[in-house]
Design a protein around this ligand. Sequence first.
Ligand SMILES: Cc1ncc(COP(=O)(O)O)c(C=O)c1O
Length: 364
Amino acid sequence: MYYENELKALKKSGRLRSREVVNTSVLDFASNDYLGLSHNKELHNTTCLELSKLPLHSSKASLLVNGYHQIHQDFERALCKANGFEDAVVLGSGFCANIALIESLVRKGDILFMDEKYHASGVLASQLTHVEVVFFKHNTMWELEELFKKYPRAKRKIVAVEGIYSMDGDVVDKKVFAICEKENALLIVDEAHSSGVVGDRLMGVFDLYNIEVKPNHIKMGTLGKAYGSFGAYILASAHIIEYLINRAKPIIYATSLSLYDTLLGHKGFEYILENAQILKGKIHKRQSLVKDILNINMDGLILPVVINDNTKVIEIKNELLALGLHVGAIRKPTVSKAIIRVIARLGETEEDFKILCEKLKRYR
Ligand SMILES: Cc1ncc(COP(=O)(O)O)c(C=O)c1O
C-alpha cells in the first residue's frame, strides 16, 4: 500500500473522509442547491427538448478550437446584461474558475491579497510558484488597508474575496469595493454562495450593495449551486475576458462547458430573475426563522453551527440523518472549528426547516 501511513494518520485524527451515495428519501439541508432548482423537472425537460433539436448535444472541443457554441454565447450575453458587465466567459467549474483567475491574473511583481477564508481552489492557485500572496484576516478591511501600505511595491494589487463565505455564511464587507477603487486594485468576488441568494434581483453582492460595475471588478459565479446545474462563469471588462481566453489554462486547455449544463444554468438563471420577488420572500422567511429559533443572523442561506469537535459533528450528523434530516458535518482542516453546516434550502418546506431548527437548539 503506497499511502497506508497517510490514511492511518487521517483516521487517527478523525479526518478520514468517505463518499456515500446520496439518499434521496431524506430531506436535503446539506447541498448547495439553495433554491431547489436541481429538482425542477420543467427546467430539465425544456433543456433536453431544446438540445434534442440541435445536430449535436456535446461541446466537443475547447472554446478556442470549435467548442464555443451559440448556447455558450447566449448565456454569456444574458449574464452580462443582468449583471452590468462588459463581457463574460463560461467554463468547467467554480474550482477551475478560481484556478484560471489566479494563475493567469497574478503575474510576477503583482501581489494577491486574499481573505484567509477564501475557497480551497483559490488557496491552491495561490501556492503556484509565481504567485505572491498575502492573506488578510477574514473580512477585516482595516487590515487589508494596512497591507496595501505595507506592500507599496506591488505592480498590480489583486484582491480576492467571497460574496458570502462558504463555511461562515457571512457576507463580504461592502467597504472592500471602495478600498479597491481607491487603491486601483483589481477585485475578484467569488459569488458561488451569493448569486441567486442575495440582492434585489438575487444577482449577488454587487446587486445587494448596488455597486456600479467598474473596470477593476471581476465577478465569478458557479452554476452548481443556486442555479441548479454545473459549471461556472466569469464576468469582467472586455479586456480582462480577452486576456483570460488568451492566458487562462483551464479555459484554453479544456473541453468547453457541456451544452446541457450551460443551457440548464441559463434556464435556472432566467427562472431566478423571473421569480426573484417570490424567492426573496422565501429566503427572508428562512432567515427570520433562524433568528427567532436560534438567535443567529444568517446573511444568505448558510447556517453554520459551531461544535468544535471532529468526532462529535459526525455523531450529530448521523443523529439527524436517523430522523430523516440531512445536514453537512464539516471538519478540520476545512474549517478551523468543526461545524454542522445547514443549508436553509427552499427545496424543502418551511415547516420541515422549522423542525430542523428546533432540533438544532440542543447543540448550541
Ligand atoms: C466559494 C466557492 N468557490 C468555488 C467553489 C467551487 O465551485 P464548483 O463547485 O463549481 O467547482 C466552491 C465550491 O464549493 C465554493 O464554495
